[in-house]
Write a protein that binds this ligand. Structure first.
Ligand SMILES: NC(=O)c1ccc[n+]([C@@H]2O[C@H](COP(=O)([O-])OP(=O)(O)OC[C@H]3O[C@@H](n4cnc5c(N)ncnc54)[C@H](O)[C@@H]3O)[C@@H](O)[C@H]2O)c1
Length: 380
Protein backbone atom coordinates (compact mmCIF):
# COMPACT_ATOMS: atom_id res chain seq x y z
CA UNK A 1 0.00 0.00 0.00
CA UNK A 2 1.30 3.50 -0.77
CA UNK A 3 1.43 6.06 2.06
CA UNK A 4 -1.60 8.04 0.83
CA UNK A 5 -3.83 4.94 0.79
CA UNK A 6 -2.78 3.84 4.28
CA UNK A 7 -3.09 7.37 5.70
CA UNK A 8 -6.68 7.57 4.50
CA UNK A 9 -7.80 4.85 6.96
CA UNK A 10 -9.24 6.57 10.05
CA UNK A 11 -7.80 5.28 13.35
CA UNK A 12 -9.58 6.07 16.61
CA UNK A 13 -7.58 5.87 19.82
CA UNK A 14 -8.37 5.74 23.51
CA UNK A 15 -5.81 6.73 26.14
CA UNK A 16 -5.70 4.83 29.44
CA UNK A 17 -3.81 6.62 32.23
CA UNK A 18 -3.77 10.43 32.03
CA UNK A 19 -0.63 11.43 33.96
CA UNK A 20 2.77 12.81 32.98
CA UNK A 21 3.49 10.77 29.84
CA UNK A 22 -0.03 10.76 28.34
CA UNK A 23 0.29 14.25 26.72
CA UNK A 24 3.28 12.93 24.72
CA UNK A 25 0.98 10.30 23.22
CA UNK A 26 -1.67 12.94 22.54
CA UNK A 27 0.75 15.28 20.77
CA UNK A 28 2.26 12.45 18.75
CA UNK A 29 -1.07 10.85 17.79
CA UNK A 30 -2.68 14.11 16.70
CA UNK A 31 0.19 14.70 14.28
CA UNK A 32 -0.45 11.41 12.45
CA UNK A 33 -2.86 11.93 9.51
CA UNK A 34 -6.40 10.65 10.09
CA UNK A 35 -5.97 9.76 13.75
CA UNK A 36 -8.52 10.81 16.35
CA UNK A 37 -8.48 10.43 20.13
CA UNK A 38 -12.07 9.75 21.11
CA UNK A 39 -11.84 8.65 24.77
CA UNK A 40 -9.62 8.79 27.84
CA UNK A 41 -9.70 6.87 31.12
CA UNK A 42 -8.11 7.48 34.49
CA UNK A 43 -9.10 6.38 37.98
CA UNK A 44 -8.74 10.05 38.94
CA UNK A 45 -11.58 11.72 37.06
CA UNK A 46 -10.05 15.21 37.22
CA UNK A 47 -6.92 13.97 35.42
CA UNK A 48 -9.00 12.35 32.70
CA UNK A 49 -11.07 15.53 32.28
CA UNK A 50 -7.97 17.71 32.08
CA UNK A 51 -6.45 15.50 29.37
CA UNK A 52 -9.75 15.42 27.44
CA UNK A 53 -9.76 19.25 27.45
CA UNK A 54 -6.15 19.33 26.29
CA UNK A 55 -6.97 16.92 23.45
CA UNK A 56 -9.96 19.00 22.35
CA UNK A 57 -7.88 22.21 22.38
CA UNK A 58 -4.90 20.70 20.55
CA UNK A 59 -7.06 18.92 17.98
CA UNK A 60 -9.09 22.08 17.34
CA UNK A 61 -5.90 24.08 16.77
CA UNK A 62 -4.63 21.49 14.32
CA UNK A 63 -7.66 20.17 12.48
CA UNK A 64 -10.77 22.23 12.95
CA UNK A 65 -13.29 19.39 13.14
CA UNK A 66 -12.99 17.64 16.51
CA UNK A 67 -14.93 14.61 17.75
CA UNK A 68 -16.00 14.77 21.41
CA UNK A 69 -13.59 13.10 23.86
CA UNK A 70 -15.40 10.77 26.27
CA UNK A 71 -14.14 10.49 29.85
CA UNK A 72 -14.12 7.24 31.87
CA UNK A 73 -12.88 6.33 35.34
CA UNK A 74 -13.01 2.60 34.52
CA UNK A 75 -10.87 1.62 31.52
CA UNK A 76 -13.10 -1.42 30.93
CA UNK A 77 -15.92 0.90 29.85
CA UNK A 78 -13.59 2.55 27.35
CA UNK A 79 -12.70 -0.90 26.00
CA UNK A 80 -16.38 -1.76 25.52
CA UNK A 81 -16.69 0.92 22.84
CA UNK A 82 -16.81 -0.62 19.39
CA UNK A 83 -15.62 2.55 17.65
CA UNK A 84 -12.12 2.45 19.21
CA UNK A 85 -9.40 0.79 17.12
CA UNK A 86 -6.39 1.15 19.43
CA UNK A 87 -5.32 2.25 22.90
CA UNK A 88 -2.26 3.90 24.41
CA UNK A 89 -1.59 2.51 27.88
CA UNK A 90 0.05 5.14 30.11
CA UNK A 91 -0.72 3.79 33.58
CA UNK A 92 1.76 2.72 36.29
CA UNK A 93 3.96 -0.05 34.84
CA UNK A 94 2.72 -2.95 37.00
CA UNK A 95 -0.76 -2.52 35.46
CA UNK A 96 0.40 -2.73 31.83
CA UNK A 97 -0.14 -6.48 31.24
CA UNK A 98 -3.56 -6.61 32.90
CA UNK A 99 -4.87 -3.60 30.94
CA UNK A 100 -3.06 -4.58 27.73
CA UNK A 101 -4.50 -8.10 27.80
CA UNK A 102 -8.02 -6.73 28.39
CA UNK A 103 -7.55 -4.32 25.46
CA UNK A 104 -6.27 -7.06 23.13
CA UNK A 105 -9.17 -9.32 24.13
CA UNK A 106 -11.53 -6.44 23.28
CA UNK A 107 -9.95 -6.37 19.80
CA UNK A 108 -7.98 -3.14 20.27
CA UNK A 109 -4.42 -2.65 19.01
CA UNK A 110 -2.16 -1.93 21.99
CA UNK A 111 0.57 0.68 22.31
CA UNK A 112 2.00 0.26 25.80
CA UNK A 113 4.44 2.45 27.69
CA UNK A 114 7.71 0.97 28.89
CA UNK A 115 8.30 -1.33 30.61
CA UNK A 116 5.59 -3.49 29.01
CA UNK A 117 5.52 -5.60 32.20
CA UNK A 118 7.43 -6.03 35.46
CA UNK A 119 7.40 -9.82 35.05
CA UNK A 120 8.16 -12.20 32.19
CA UNK A 121 4.86 -13.98 32.81
CA UNK A 122 3.03 -10.69 32.27
CA UNK A 123 5.04 -9.89 29.12
CA UNK A 124 4.42 -13.36 27.69
CA UNK A 125 0.70 -13.27 28.39
CA UNK A 126 0.42 -9.83 26.79
CA UNK A 127 2.33 -10.98 23.68
CA UNK A 128 0.13 -14.10 23.48
CA UNK A 129 -3.09 -12.08 23.91
CA UNK A 130 -2.12 -9.75 21.05
CA UNK A 131 -1.32 -12.72 18.79
CA UNK A 132 -4.47 -14.64 19.68
CA UNK A 133 -6.68 -11.62 19.03
CA UNK A 134 -4.80 -10.60 15.88
CA UNK A 135 -3.97 -7.09 17.11
CA UNK A 136 -0.68 -5.19 17.01
CA UNK A 137 1.36 -4.69 20.17
CA UNK A 138 3.87 -1.83 20.28
CA UNK A 139 6.18 -0.84 23.16
CA UNK A 140 7.39 2.73 23.82
CA UNK A 141 11.15 2.52 23.52
CA UNK A 142 11.11 5.84 21.69
CA UNK A 143 14.87 6.42 21.94
CA UNK A 144 15.35 3.80 19.24
CA UNK A 145 14.17 6.59 16.92
CA UNK A 146 16.72 9.21 18.09
CA UNK A 147 18.76 10.31 15.03
CA UNK A 148 21.96 9.44 16.96
CA UNK A 149 20.72 5.93 17.73
CA UNK A 150 19.43 5.32 14.17
CA UNK A 151 22.90 6.21 12.87
CA UNK A 152 24.64 3.93 15.38
CA UNK A 153 22.33 1.04 14.47
CA UNK A 154 23.12 1.54 10.75
CA UNK A 155 26.86 1.39 11.51
CA UNK A 156 26.32 -1.83 13.47
CA UNK A 157 24.19 -3.41 10.69
CA UNK A 158 26.73 -2.37 8.04
CA UNK A 159 29.48 -4.18 9.97
CA UNK A 160 31.53 -1.03 10.57
CA UNK A 161 32.58 -2.08 14.10
CA UNK A 162 33.95 -5.49 13.15
CA UNK A 163 33.99 -7.76 16.19
CA UNK A 164 32.66 -5.98 19.27
CA UNK A 165 34.85 -5.55 22.33
CA UNK A 166 32.46 -3.99 24.88
CA UNK A 167 29.65 -1.51 25.46
CA UNK A 168 28.51 0.69 28.34
CA UNK A 169 25.10 2.20 29.14
CA UNK A 170 25.07 4.96 31.76
CA UNK A 171 22.03 6.79 33.06
CA UNK A 172 23.02 9.53 35.50
CA UNK A 173 19.83 11.31 36.38
CA UNK A 174 18.20 13.05 39.31
CA UNK A 175 14.81 12.12 40.72
CA UNK A 176 13.98 14.09 43.82
CA UNK A 177 12.38 12.71 47.00
CA UNK A 178 9.31 14.79 46.02
CA UNK A 179 9.12 12.98 42.66
CA UNK A 180 8.88 9.64 44.45
CA UNK A 181 6.60 10.90 47.21
CA UNK A 182 4.22 12.56 44.71
CA UNK A 183 2.82 9.26 43.36
CA UNK A 184 2.57 6.27 45.68
CA UNK A 185 3.38 3.73 42.94
CA UNK A 186 6.85 5.10 42.18
CA UNK A 187 9.77 3.00 43.34
CA UNK A 188 7.54 0.13 44.56
CA UNK A 189 8.30 -3.44 43.52
CA UNK A 190 4.68 -4.15 42.64
CA UNK A 191 4.07 -1.23 40.28
CA UNK A 192 7.39 0.32 39.20
CA UNK A 193 10.77 -1.16 40.19
CA UNK A 194 13.79 1.09 40.65
CA UNK A 195 16.09 3.11 38.41
CA UNK A 196 16.82 0.11 36.16
CA UNK A 197 13.22 -0.89 35.45
CA UNK A 198 11.95 2.68 35.14
CA UNK A 199 14.55 5.24 34.00
CA UNK A 200 17.56 3.22 32.73
CA UNK A 201 15.49 0.70 30.79
CA UNK A 202 15.73 2.83 27.63
CA UNK A 203 19.55 2.72 27.62
CA UNK A 204 19.49 -0.95 28.64
CA UNK A 205 17.22 -1.68 25.68
CA UNK A 206 19.62 0.11 23.34
CA UNK A 207 22.72 -1.65 24.69
CA UNK A 208 21.11 -5.07 24.19
CA UNK A 209 19.73 -3.99 20.78
CA UNK A 210 23.25 -3.10 19.60
CA UNK A 211 25.11 -6.00 21.23
CA UNK A 212 22.66 -8.63 22.47
CA UNK A 213 21.66 -11.19 23.38
CA UNK A 214 23.11 -11.15 26.90
CA UNK A 215 24.02 -14.57 28.28
CA UNK A 216 25.34 -13.74 31.78
CA UNK A 217 24.83 -10.95 34.33
CA UNK A 218 26.51 -10.07 37.61
CA UNK A 219 25.24 -7.05 39.53
CA UNK A 220 25.06 -4.89 42.62
CA UNK A 221 22.27 -2.48 43.53
CA UNK A 222 21.51 -0.22 46.46
CA UNK A 223 18.92 2.20 47.76
CA UNK A 224 21.17 5.05 48.83
CA UNK A 225 19.16 8.27 49.25
CA UNK A 226 15.68 7.96 47.78
CA UNK A 227 12.78 6.87 50.02
CA UNK A 228 11.76 3.89 47.86
CA UNK A 229 11.54 0.08 48.07
CA UNK A 230 13.54 -0.57 44.92
CA UNK A 231 17.08 0.52 43.93
CA UNK A 232 18.14 4.11 43.22
CA UNK A 233 21.61 3.06 42.01
CA UNK A 234 22.83 -0.11 40.30
CA UNK A 235 25.89 -1.41 38.47
CA UNK A 236 25.77 -4.55 36.35
CA UNK A 237 28.39 -6.33 34.26
CA UNK A 238 27.27 -8.35 31.25
CA UNK A 239 28.57 -11.01 28.92
CA UNK A 240 27.04 -11.13 25.43
CA UNK A 241 26.56 -14.24 23.30
CA UNK A 242 29.41 -13.23 20.96
CA UNK A 243 31.86 -13.05 23.91
CA UNK A 244 31.88 -9.25 24.15
CA UNK A 245 31.31 -7.54 27.51
CA UNK A 246 28.99 -4.83 28.79
CA UNK A 247 28.32 -2.60 31.72
CA UNK A 248 25.13 -0.90 32.95
CA UNK A 249 25.28 2.01 35.37
CA UNK A 250 21.95 3.51 36.46
CA UNK A 251 21.30 6.12 39.12
CA UNK A 252 18.59 8.59 40.07
CA UNK A 253 20.82 9.86 42.89
CA UNK A 254 22.76 12.38 40.79
CA UNK A 255 22.93 15.88 42.26
CA UNK A 256 22.02 18.59 41.70
CA UNK A 257 20.10 17.57 38.54
CA UNK A 258 20.04 15.28 35.47
CA UNK A 259 23.57 14.86 34.13
CA UNK A 260 23.50 12.49 31.15
CA UNK A 261 22.38 9.32 29.43
CA UNK A 262 25.32 7.80 27.57
CA UNK A 263 25.82 4.78 25.33
CA UNK A 264 29.33 3.72 24.30
CA UNK A 265 30.03 0.93 21.80
CA UNK A 266 33.58 -0.25 21.05
CA UNK A 267 34.60 -2.63 18.26
CA UNK A 268 37.84 -3.73 16.60
CA UNK A 269 37.36 -1.16 13.82
CA UNK A 270 35.75 1.78 15.60
CA UNK A 271 34.17 3.56 18.57
CA UNK A 272 30.87 5.41 18.98
CA UNK A 273 29.73 7.34 22.05
CA UNK A 274 26.29 8.94 22.25
CA UNK A 275 25.74 11.37 25.12
CA UNK A 276 23.68 14.42 25.97
CA UNK A 277 21.07 14.43 28.69
CA UNK A 278 19.08 11.71 26.88
CA UNK A 279 21.21 10.18 24.11
CA UNK A 280 20.68 13.16 21.82
CA UNK A 281 24.31 14.14 21.05
CA UNK A 282 26.88 12.16 19.05
CA UNK A 283 30.04 12.68 21.07
CA UNK A 284 32.40 10.26 19.30
CA UNK A 285 32.11 8.74 15.82
CA UNK A 286 35.43 7.22 14.76
CA UNK A 287 36.24 4.26 12.51
CA UNK A 288 39.59 3.05 11.16
CA UNK A 289 40.26 4.59 7.74
CA UNK A 290 37.34 7.06 8.00
CA UNK A 291 37.65 10.57 6.54
CA UNK A 292 38.04 12.69 9.74
CA UNK A 293 35.41 15.14 8.40
CA UNK A 294 32.77 12.39 8.76
CA UNK A 295 32.68 12.77 12.55
CA UNK A 296 31.69 16.45 12.37
CA UNK A 297 29.15 15.68 9.61
CA UNK A 298 27.48 12.93 11.65
CA UNK A 299 27.48 15.13 14.75
CA UNK A 300 25.74 17.92 12.82
CA UNK A 301 23.22 15.59 11.11
CA UNK A 302 22.14 13.84 14.30
CA UNK A 303 22.12 16.67 16.85
CA UNK A 304 18.66 17.13 18.39
CA UNK A 305 17.56 19.79 20.83
CA UNK A 306 15.27 18.20 23.44
CA UNK A 307 13.08 19.79 26.10
CA UNK A 308 13.50 17.02 28.71
CA UNK A 309 14.72 13.45 29.13
CA UNK A 310 11.65 12.01 27.40
CA UNK A 311 13.22 13.27 24.15
CA UNK A 312 11.46 13.58 20.78
CA UNK A 313 10.99 9.92 19.95
CA UNK A 314 7.30 9.46 20.74
CA UNK A 315 6.34 11.13 17.45
CA UNK A 316 8.17 8.72 15.09
CA UNK A 317 7.37 5.72 17.31
CA UNK A 318 3.63 6.50 17.34
CA UNK A 319 3.67 7.15 13.57
CA UNK A 320 5.40 3.78 13.06
CA UNK A 321 2.78 2.06 15.25
CA UNK A 322 -0.10 3.59 13.28
CA UNK A 323 1.49 2.55 10.00
CA UNK A 324 1.92 -0.99 11.35
CA UNK A 325 -1.78 -1.13 12.27
CA UNK A 326 -2.79 0.17 8.85
CA UNK A 327 -0.52 -2.04 6.76
CA UNK A 328 -0.54 -5.21 8.88
CA UNK A 329 3.25 -5.29 9.40
CA UNK A 330 4.80 -5.51 12.88
CA UNK A 331 5.65 -2.27 14.75
CA UNK A 332 9.39 -1.46 14.90
CA UNK A 333 9.33 -2.15 18.65
CA UNK A 334 6.86 -5.02 19.08
CA UNK A 335 6.17 -7.13 22.16
CA UNK A 336 9.05 -9.53 21.52
CA UNK A 337 11.48 -6.58 21.28
CA UNK A 338 9.94 -4.88 24.33
CA UNK A 339 10.36 -8.05 26.42
CA UNK A 340 14.15 -8.23 25.98
CA UNK A 341 15.06 -5.30 28.24
CA UNK A 342 12.54 -6.50 30.85
CA UNK A 343 14.25 -9.89 30.94
CA UNK A 344 17.67 -8.26 31.29
CA UNK A 345 16.57 -6.03 34.18
CA UNK A 346 14.96 -9.01 35.92
CA UNK A 347 18.23 -10.94 35.51
CA UNK A 348 20.07 -8.02 37.16
CA UNK A 349 17.57 -8.05 40.04
CA UNK A 350 17.99 -11.81 40.38
CA UNK A 351 21.79 -11.48 40.50
CA UNK A 352 21.54 -8.79 43.18
CA UNK A 353 19.13 -10.93 45.20
CA UNK A 354 21.25 -14.10 44.96
CA UNK A 355 24.64 -12.41 45.18
CA UNK A 356 25.88 -14.45 42.23
CA UNK A 357 25.99 -14.37 38.41
CA UNK A 358 22.77 -15.24 36.57
CA UNK A 359 22.45 -17.01 33.21
CA UNK A 360 20.00 -15.84 30.51
CA UNK A 361 17.48 -16.64 29.13
CA UNK A 362 15.73 -16.64 32.52
CA UNK A 363 13.83 -19.81 33.30
CA UNK A 364 11.75 -18.70 36.26
CA UNK A 365 9.96 -15.61 37.61
CA UNK A 366 11.26 -13.14 40.17
CA UNK A 367 9.18 -14.41 43.06
CA UNK A 368 9.26 -11.21 45.11
CA UNK A 369 7.61 -9.17 42.36
CA UNK A 370 5.00 -11.79 41.60
CA UNK A 371 4.11 -12.13 45.27
CA UNK A 372 3.90 -8.35 45.69
CA UNK A 373 1.53 -8.14 42.73
CA UNK A 374 -0.62 -10.97 44.05
CA UNK A 375 -0.80 -9.25 47.44
CA UNK A 376 -2.27 -6.23 45.65
CA UNK A 377 -4.84 -8.44 43.94
CA UNK A 378 -3.32 -7.92 40.47
CA UNK A 379 -3.99 -10.82 38.16
CA UNK A 380 -0.58 -10.92 36.44
N1 LIG B 1 8.64 6.47 27.45
C1 LIG B 1 9.07 7.30 28.38
O1 LIG B 1 10.09 7.97 28.23
C2 LIG B 1 8.31 7.40 29.65
C3 LIG B 1 8.45 8.55 30.45
C4 LIG B 1 7.68 8.63 31.62
C5 LIG B 1 6.85 7.58 31.99
N2 LIG B 1 6.78 6.47 31.20
C6 LIG B 1 5.94 5.33 31.59
O2 LIG B 1 4.58 5.73 31.51
C7 LIG B 1 3.83 5.11 32.54
C8 LIG B 1 3.12 6.19 33.36
O3 LIG B 1 4.08 7.06 33.91
P1 LIG B 1 3.70 8.55 34.33
O4 LIG B 1 4.99 9.21 34.71
O5 LIG B 1 2.85 9.17 33.29
O6 LIG B 1 2.85 8.25 35.65
P2 LIG B 1 1.70 9.13 36.31
O7 LIG B 1 1.54 8.65 37.70
O8 LIG B 1 1.97 10.58 36.08
O9 LIG B 1 0.42 8.73 35.45
C9 LIG B 1 -0.21 7.47 35.56
C10 LIG B 1 -1.72 7.70 35.52
O10 LIG B 1 -2.38 6.44 35.50
C11 LIG B 1 -3.54 6.57 36.29
N3 LIG B 1 -4.01 5.23 36.69
C12 LIG B 1 -3.60 4.46 37.72
N4 LIG B 1 -4.28 3.29 37.73
C13 LIG B 1 -5.14 3.33 36.69
C14 LIG B 1 -6.12 2.45 36.18
N5 LIG B 1 -6.35 1.25 36.74
N6 LIG B 1 -6.84 2.84 35.10
C15 LIG B 1 -6.64 4.04 34.52
N7 LIG B 1 -5.72 4.92 34.97
C16 LIG B 1 -4.98 4.58 36.04
C17 LIG B 1 -3.10 7.46 37.46
O11 LIG B 1 -4.20 8.06 38.12
C18 LIG B 1 -2.23 8.47 36.73
O12 LIG B 1 -2.96 9.61 36.31
C19 LIG B 1 4.81 4.27 33.35
O13 LIG B 1 4.77 2.96 32.90
C20 LIG B 1 6.17 4.88 33.02
O14 LIG B 1 7.23 3.96 33.10
C21 LIG B 1 7.47 6.38 30.04
Amino acid sequence: MVAEETDSQLLRFGIIGCGRIAPYHVNALLRVPNVQIVAVADVVEAKARRLAEEIAETAARMAGEVPPVAVYTDYRQLLERTDIDAVSICTPSGLHPQIGIAAACAGKHVLVEKPMSLTLAGADRLIAAARENDVKLGVCFQNRFNPTVVRLRQAKENGRFGRLSHGVASVRWHRSPQYYAGDAWRGTWALDGGVLMNQAIHAIDLLQWMMGPVVRVSAFAATRYRPIEAEDVAIATLQFADGSLGCIEGATTIEPGDLEERLSIFGERGSVVIGGVALNRMETWRFIGMDPAEEAEVQAQTAAAIKNVYGMGHQPLVADFCEAVRTGREPAVDGVEGRKAVELVLAVYRSVEKGEPVILPLQEEVEAIVQAQQALGLSV
